[in-house]
Every structure is written in C-alpha cells, then in structure tokens.
Design a protein around this ligand. Sequence first.
Ligand code: GDP
Ligand code: GDP
Length: 457
Amino acid sequence: MTSENLPIVVIAGRPNVGKSTLFNRLVGRRQALVSDQPGVTRDRKEGEALMRGRRIRIIDTAGLEEAAPDTLFGRMRASSESAVSMADLVLFCIDARAGITPTDAHFANWLRRQNRPVMLIANKAEGKAGTDAALEAYSLGLGTPLALSAEHGEGISDLMGEIVDRLPHAPREVRHRRRDEKPEEGEEQEERPAGPLHLAIVGRPNAGKSTLLNCLLGEERMITGPEAGLTRDSISVDLHDEHGPIRLVDTAGMRKRARVEQHLERMSVSASIEALKMAEVVVLTIDATLGVHEQDLQIARLIEKEGRACVLALNKWDAVEDRVATRKAISDRIETSLAQVRGIPVVTFSALTGAGVHRLLPAVRKAYEVWNSRVTTGELNRWFEEMLDRHQPPLVDGRRLKLRYMTQVKARPPTFLLFGTRAEMLPDAYKRYLVNGLRETFHMPGVPIRIQLRGTK
Ligand code: GDP
Ligand code: GDP
C-alpha cells in the first residue's frame, strides 16, 4: 500500500490545545515527514501511525494558522481547509482545562458544515481534570467528547480503538509479514531491515513471560509509539535499548486469544508458534527451578525449524538453590537435545526482582547479529577445502561424492548452497560435520544453519 492510499486522520483545533503533543503521541518514533503544502507558507507535519495493525496517515495542522492574516478563527479555517477536505476523520481538540472558548465554538460550527467525520477530543484531562469542560463540550454538537491526556498518555488506547472503528473499511488486522517472506515489490531482498528488531518471548505457562515483559517495559522510562501496549488488542509493544527499537511480539495477547479454544499446555505451544513466526529472535523462557521440560525442547526445535535465532532465558534464578549445578544440568540437557543448534546463548535472571535482566537484551542483540552473519565466498571455500581434506566426502553407491564449492545465499538464518556431483545424495552425517564446522569457524553459535545441496553434472 502506498502512503497515498492510507486513511487520513487530521488533528485540528485552536493553538495550544495540544495538537502537536497528540500528533507525537500517535506517530511515536515513526519517521515523521514534513511536506510542503502549496498554498500555505508553513510546512505541515505528517506522519504514519500504526493502530491495531492498521497504517494510518496523521496530519497535524498545528502552526499553520500563523501563515494567514485575519482573525484567529479565519486563520485556523484557512489553514485547516485543505487538510480537512481530504480527511477520513478529523480529531477536533479542545483544552479541557481551559474550557470551551468562543474560538472553539466558532471552529466547531464551521467543522460541522464540512461533512467530514469528526471526533471531539477533550485534551489535558489527566486524572479527573477537565471533566466539566468535557461535559460542556457536548454543546459543540460534535458528539461525545473523548477525554484524554496527550502529554501523559492517558486515554490514548481508547482513542486508537475509536479511530480504527470510525475509519472506512477497516480490515480487522493486518498480518505482520514474516521477515523471511517474499519482500514487496521494490524492496531489496537482502538489505538489512531498518526497522526494529522483532523479538518474541515464549515458553510454557508460568515460566514468567508476563513478569519478564513487565520488567523489560518497566525499564523503559516512557513507552512510545502507537504499538506501545496502549492499544487494546495490540499484538506488539515497542521498547528501546541503546541500539535502537525492539518490537516485542505480544504473546500474552495471543495466549488470551488461544485460551478460548485450547487446553493450557497446547495453548502455550500454539501461541509460541504464532509469535515466533513474527519474530527474528526468540527468547525461550524456562522456569529454572523446574529444569528443562520436554515441552521446552519442543518449542526450541520449532524455533530451529522456523530458522529463528534463540536465546535461552533461565528465569526464577532467585529461587534456584544450587546455581552451578542447575546451570550445568540445564546446559547439558540443551546441548544434547538440541545438537543441531549448538551454542544457544543462555542468560540467567530473576524477572521478579529484576536481577540479571539487563543481560537479556545484549544477548538478544548478539544473537541477532550472528543470525545476520555473512561469510565471503573466498573465506568459505578456503575453509571448505580444509574440511574436505580433513574428512573426505563419503562413498555413495561405491562412488565418492565430488563436492566442488559453497556459497552463502542468504543470512537470517545463514544459508549455504553446496555444489557438487550428486551433491544431493550427501549423507546427513557429513552435512552435520559441515554445519558444525561452519558454526565453529565463523562463530555462529546457537543459530540455525542451513546447507542446501545442488547436484551438478
Ligand atoms: P498545539 O499548538 O495545539 O500543537 O499544542 P502543543 O502540542 O504545542 O501543546 C501546547 C501546550 O499544552 C504545551 O505546553 C503542552 O505541553 C501542553 N499539553 C499538551 N497536551 C497536554 C495534556 O494532555 N495535559 C497538559 N496538562 N498539558 C498538555
Ligand atoms: P507466564 O505464564 O509465563 O506469563 O508467567 P508469569 O509471568 O505469570 O509468572 C508465573 C509465576 O511465576 C508468577 O507467580 C510470578 O510471580 C512467578 N515468577 C515470575 N518470575 C519469577 C522470578 O524471577 N522468580 C520467582 N521466584 N518467581 C517468578
């Protein structure tokens, strides 16, 4: 969808009611673009917001009124006219602390005659402030005012819900494109995505996923952006570390949805599957006091199968008595049961007390980096020759396979093509030998590594 087709929401109102603040709240850290609008000398602010999975163009009319002469109302009207004329929805803001001013009333009158859908917003209504003005606002004839506080972030989730409900032809939910799915036209296949790192926190019920999520979000001083968990049925939450944004796929929401249909044990697995498909890195949370359960391994195998990077989070470390023995027992179990992804990073912490949680996101970043690794064809084939020298490819039907060369065809996860005469007959054991060698030589612990075989004549 091009930005031209997105539904347009225009924020209007007299100066100082908080339009810009609301704009920033809705658009968050999404790149706000400023475009020249012919006819007005001031730029107007436009940005894109994501509400319940729906992309929406937001236009802020703040500051426009300074351009034209005339009365304040005349200036507001002139500046808002073009924006309002293309709006699918107008958010008309008043200052609930200041009450309704004559300018508000005047502008409301004009707005009603524009025949655009309007939502009345009583801003600066944090706490119980502005209840009176909100009631007074009924008199504007623009329907029920929605009281909120743009500055404090109160009422924003309700606002987003209302906006989406009021927009024409709202598709229920836009599915996240899997990171490895076919890119849209014009997108570069192998380019690193500039967007946030997509992270899922999965695990069995009671492993402490919700506690961990709250702990991670608690460290964020301010939750920003439209997906900031403010949306009622949001499926993702944004947080930031020093390297940039991280989008947490919200499995709690998915569990709620799954709960309707399934038993508790099955539920956690199916919610995990859904979540990890949308993720790049998956944090598999384990209750360390219980050790590794078969279901944990099942989820880990799924992560491998889906080609995601994995970080193993041993939670409830505060309640573990013999930490050295526990750590060793769990690591051993993981290494033997998940031999195909040796070296999964392990982080121990207590989501309850917060101790050690700061180590999680750095481990996630590292795993993400490894998952993105690339090896040049030169390096790869020097290594490959050594591997062939050390162990000759096996005989198949009495004839030795001739393996010629390798090349990395993609990252995320690292995927290699191996060419050779009858290469497609290469036994799994030899393939594992190559995978382990790749992992060790090129430092790719804990991520799935794929080798595809191409037979040549
Ligand atoms: P605009 O001119 O309509 O774009 O208004 P601004 O967004 O610039 O806000 C005007 C003033 O109101 C600023 O000082 C904001 O900090 C303040 N403001 C915005 N939203 C709120 C709110 O929800 N509560 C309170 N108390 N102040 C707010
Ligand atoms: P979820 O089902 O995976 O989301 O698990 P919850 O976050 O709801 O946690 C399940 C239970 O484990 C709750 O009673 C938590 O208080 C408790 N819990 C979570 N993290 C820790 C921890 O680090 N240490 C201890 N002792 N208890 C924890």
